[in-house]
Design a protein around this ligand. Structure first.
Ligand code: UDP
Length: 312
């Protein structure tokens, strides 16, 4: 039986990976210090004999006995308010945490996949962003704790590949949504959903002309799965190229939820990327992958979850 270690396993994305690897007949060890992850994302797996949970900060070496075949490194705060609240933890998990995960993969001869991010492109000067674009990141701005940590982790991953011949993969993940997101994680989608469902004004930052491209979680998990099983060592964008302005998005959520909420404008946070849209030609070519779930459909699938969360 193959074994996968999933760091950040109690997080939004990590928990779906646990489901996917268990469904494929593997043993799964989820590792998480629960600084932003939640036990309830894994509650449904508690009685699964192939699943175990290790509460552990991966900045320390990761103690796993026995064979490991895959290491998926998904541990990090990921929402801007979370990483602004946890700046040092975010930097350290990107550096020391990534090193622990890579060391585990090296020691066990496991295949390694790192959850990188579209934030590597910073506030991009090209649109859409393809993997050859080196990005436009402010190295000392508020967001740098996340952006630079993720960029460092990419560099570390490539160094482990070159120096130690670890079989590494880099997924550059664009904005992803779906059930199990924290309603209060501060990101636009859960915030707008919560506001719309509670009849409160939707807080659009800046003039709302900045764009994002949202992918449904099932598409992301499929892309990550295919990348892990491919031979591609260099980064691959995994995202949905359907781009929308934040103002149009807020209106879409009001309409979808049938809310009477208004829209209010608040200051744009520093270094907020003005554009974000993945060029997924590489994923299409190498992984034969593209998103299947349209935003409208994905939001409909998600709204029920948010309705339950908003009234908890
Ligand atoms: N945003 C917004 N209102 C909010 C939260 C976020 O207008 O209540 C904006 C934010 O400034 C950014 C976009 O929505 O331009 C997406 O932000 P999010 O926090 O979801 O993640 P990001 O893509 O910036 O990492």
């Amino acid at each position: 039986m193959l074994t996968a270690v999933i760091t950040g396993g109690a997080g939004f994305l990590g928990s779906y990976l646990c489901d996917r690897f268990l469904a494929a007949g593997m043993r799964v060890v989820a590792v998480d210090n629960l600084c932003t992850g939640r036990r309830r994302n894994l509650e449904h797996l508690a009685s699964n004999p192939n699943f175990s949970f290790l509460r552990h900060d991966i900045c320390e070496p990761i103690p796993i006995a026995g064979a490991v075949d895959y290491v998926l490194n998904f541990a990090s705060p990921a929402s801007p308010p979370d990483y602004l609240r946890l700046p040092l933890e975010t930097l350290m998990v990107g550096a020391l945490g990534a090193r622990s995960a890579l060391e585990l993969a090296r020691e066990k001869g496991a295949r390694f996949l790192h959850a990188s991010t579209s934030e590597c492109y910073g506030d991009p000067l090209v649109n859409p962003q393809n993997e050859n674009y080196w990005g436009n990141v402010n190295p000392i701005g508020q967001r740098s704790v996340y952006d630079e940590a993720k960029r460092f982790a990419e560099a570390l991953t490539m160094a482990y590949h070159r120096e130690h011949q670890v079989a590494t993969r880099l997924a550059r993940i664009f904005n992803t949504y779906g059930p199990r997101m924290r309603l209060d994680d501060g990101r636009a989608l859960p915030t707008f959903m919560a506001q719309a469902l509670r009849g409160e004004p939707l807080t659009v930052y800046g003039d709302g002309s900045q764009t994002r491209s949202f992918q449904y979680v099932d598409d992301l998990i499929e892309g990550v799965w295919r990348l892990l099983h491919s031979d591609e060592v260099t980064p691959v964008n995994i995202g949905n190229p359907e781009e929308v302005s934040m103002l149009a998005f807020a209106r879409e959520i009001i309409e979808l939820t049938g809310s009477k909420s208004e829209i209010v404008f608040q200051p744009l946070p520093p270094d907020d990327p003005k554009l974000r849209c993945p060029d997924i030609a590489k994923a299409r070519r190498i992984l034969d992958w593209e998103p299947r779930v349209q935003r409208r459909e994905g939001l409909q699938r998600t709204v029920e979850y948010f309705q339950r969360e908003a009234t908890r």
